[in-house]
Design a protein around this ligand. Structure first.
Ligand SMILES: Nc1ncnc2c1ncn2[C@@H]1O[C@H](COP(=O)(O)OP(=O)(O)OP(=O)(O)O)[C@@H](O)[C@H]1O
Length: 595
């Protein structure tokens, strides 16, 4: 795309963003524009008063004709009245613009965050957290930067139109100066925007990059420190920070060039008015009052006209931010839910029927997988790394949908269920526990309706976490720190398990959810979950022999296919691959304990 087409495109798209903002906040925009238009009209009125005073009071005074006290009082009242109205107009303009800008930011931040939460895990896997933070923060902010001067700029247009009319009413020759000057000012703004556009877009992209790299470095602080990568990480970060600095300096340099030119143009206009005005005055075409009015008008117009420049200058940044926000808002891939609801108590039955699954356009990672978890039973998934265990766990709670086949709960296909019914029925406890920066109570109950302290304690008891929580200084009310930093890995896992149990799920999916707890505690957890108390069927991805042995049935997977199904003892006796794997697990566990 050629430079001028690109800049016209940015201008057009920027105006569409402003149009959307006005449609979102019409009332506040109107308040701002009314205030600003009043401000502009008062500037013109003020010029007339100044011109009138100079021509009718000051100049006659030089000739010894002094104004009466009444006239002076009238002049004072006019200046005072205009000043008071100006105070009100600035108040209205700033209030309207400020409220509009910050309300829009809040509205779109909420929308972006809501969208993040409804998009599927596959979407999140391809979008860096730092970039998402930048979308919700600096991109939303950038999209609405031109809103702050927008009402001022629109009011200025009203003022310029009124000024040109009043110029023509005064004198057509002087009016020609305005006719030449104002389009010049607008043209300059357009040229400015054309040069500013690529600089602003680049700066906005770099802001996101800096945020993404910083987030990754902080998130992986432990790896960075233990691997002695501080210097390299700092260098990696410095590259983008330096690039951002240079991009912003280039923005500042251009602005530094533009601002004085914008400032000086109206002064050139004033000069032209004075030269032409002197000639018109001599020929008797205009009066002293009119000349003063027009030249004063050109002097005071310079400042408001710059508001248009502020809006135009920020449009490229606004478009860059808006595009990135829209990319999130228009992302698709969310799952659609049905209308059916399931029973709320009693263990559920889950069936996988001929399930095929692939990530994106990749190869099949599950191939014709069929198995059932009967109500109240525990089924263990065992298989070498990469065989598809976590994928099955994700499918069971419908984080993703299969490419082919049907997964059902109590005979109802998962897509036919409401989101709430599915969330209530099946709970996943993932491999990596996530603990919020909250109290133990907050982490277990998540403020879900109908889950009180008694339910929290019951869940913690089942998760074998009751004893260590009792020993904490404030029990349930103990704050656990960001991401549960004050807890051990096994404690975090048990709190995460208790969170799932507190909702009394009818199917519990444990994806290697107790790997960090002691093997005896893990066996105790599974035993308590299998008791009637928990009331749930269990699908467990397991590595320890003691845990696997507790399952009613074991499904042995290899490369996305079910190779064998049966009890642990049966599989041990009949399947060499299974026997080798479980023995290897056991050896690894023993070595770990010894170490
Ligand atoms: N998000 C993803 N995008 C593309 N491929 C993926 C993704 N997640 C997993 N895979 C691939 O799918 C296959 C199954 O992975 P999965 O995590 O289900 O295996 P697993 O048996 O749970 O492995 P592990 O025991 O190591 O946790 C693997 O080949 C893996 O590389």
């Amino acid at each position: 795309m050629s430079g001028s087409r690109a800049s016209r495109d940015v201008l057009g798209r920027g105006l569409r963003v402003l149009g959307q903002a006005i449609r979102d906040e019409p009332r506040l925009f109107t308040i701002g524009v009314v205030g600003s238009s009043l401000f502009g009209l008062l500037i013109i009125a003020n010029s007339y008063v100044v011109g009138g005073v100079i021509g009718n009071v000051v100049v006659p005074a030089f000739a010894g004709k002094h104004a009466t006290a009444g006239t002076l009082a009238l002049v004072a009242a006019a200046f005072l009245g205009i000043s008071l109205l100006r105070v009100a107009s600035i108040f209205g303009r700033r209030l309207g613009a400020g409220y509009m800008q910050f309300r829009l930011q809040a509205r779109y931040r909420r929308a972006v965050t809501r969208r993040y939460l409804s998009l599927p895990p596959s979407w999140h896997q391809t979008h860096a957290t730092g970039t998402l933070l930048s979308n919700a923060n600096s991109d939303v902010e950038a999209a609405f930067v031109p809103i702050a001067p927008l009402p001022f700029a629109v009011g200025t247009i009203v003022m310029v139109v009124a000024a040109v009319i009043s110029l023509f009413v005064t004198d057509w020759v002087l009016a020609m100066v305005g006719v030449a000057l104002f389009p010049g000012l607008f043209g300059l703004n357009v040229v400015y925007s054309r040069h500013m556009s690529p600089r602003q877009i680049r700066a906005q992209q770099l802001r996101a990059k800096v945020s993404a790299v910083a987030h990754e470095s902080f998130d992986g602080a432990l790896v960075v420190k233990t691997m002695g990568r501080e210097e390299d990480e700092s260098r990696r970060f410095a590259v983008f920070v330096t690039e951002l600095r240079d991009a912003l300096i280039s923005v500042g340099r251009l602005r530094g060039l533009f601002d004085p030119v914008m400032d000086s143009l109206p002064s050139v206009g004033t000069l032209a008015v004075l030269l032409l005005g002197a000639w018109r005055l001599q020929s008797g075409a205009i009066s002293v009052s009119e000349l003063v009015t027009v030249s004063f008008l050109f002097t005071v117009l310079a400042f408001p006209v710059r508001a248009i420049g502020w809006v135009v200058a920020e449009l490229p940044r606004s478009v860059a931010g808006w595009d990135r926000v829209q990319a999130v808002l228009s992302s698709t891939g969310d799952l659609h839910y049905g209308t059916k609801k399931l029973e709320v108590s009693g263990a559920a039955t889950m069936a996988f029927d001929n399930i095929d699954f692939r990530y994106g356009d990749g190869p099949l990672v599950l191939n014709d997988v069929t198995f059932t978890i009967p109500a109240g039973k525990t089924v263990a998934l065992v298989g070498p790394t990469g065989s598809g265990k976590s994928t099955i766990a994700a499918l069971a709670v419908r984080l993703v949908d299969p490419a082919d086949g049907t997964i059902s709960l109590d005979g109802t296909a998962l897509p036919d269920l409401t989101e709430a019914s599915l969330a209530r029925t099946a709970a996943l406890v993932p491999q990596i526990p996530f603990v919020f920066d909250d109290t133990v109570r907050g982490n277990v109950t998540l403020d879900r309706e109908g889950i009180g302290d008694e339910d929290a304690w019951r869940a913690l008891r089942l998760a074998q976490a009751e004893r260590f929580i009792e020993k904490l200084p404030q029990g349930l009310a103990t704050a656990v720190g960001e991401r549960g930093t004050s807890l051990s890995g096994g404690q975090r896992q048990r709190i995460t398990l208790a969170r799932a149990l507190a909702g009394r799920p009818r199917l519990l999916v444990l994806d290697d959810a107790t790997s960090a707890v002691d093997p005896r505690v893990e066996a105790a957890i599974l035993a308590s979950l299998r008791s009637r108390d928990a009331g749930a069927s269990i699908l467990v991805v397991a590595y320890r022999r003691a845990t696997i042995a507790l399952a009613d049935e074991v499904i042995y997977l290899e490369q996305g296919k079910v190779v064998a199904t049966g009890t642990h003892a049966d599989l041990l006796a009949t399947n060499q691959g299974y026997a080798d794997l479980v023995t290897a697990y056991e050896k690894a566990e023993q070595e770990r304990v010894e170490a």
